[in-house]
Design a protein around this ligand. Sequence first.
Ligand code: FES
Length: 93
Amino acid sequence: MTTVTIMPEGKTVDASEGQSLFSLIKGAEPEDHKCDDACHLFVLEGRKGLSRMGAEENDRLDMIVGVGSKSRLACQATVLGTEDVTVELLSFR
Ligand code: FES
């Protein structure tokens, strides 16, 4: 079991291997028809505890303002279960 800390609230949630950050934060998986690239967040700690970034995520991030080296999309990044993760919500609604 891995712990994901969600900033700025500091809320912690237990995560299982393969769970997406989106489901951990929102309590449900994204609905494709409502996707507007609004799940951008920063990974403050534990980047190696998340799945590697794929081409689709990389392409979507290229279209978002304010992207940095810590950026991930919560709907694409899944927990590996190898280390705890801390994320900071940005435009995520
Ligand atoms: S929910 Fe659409 S990019 Fe993440």
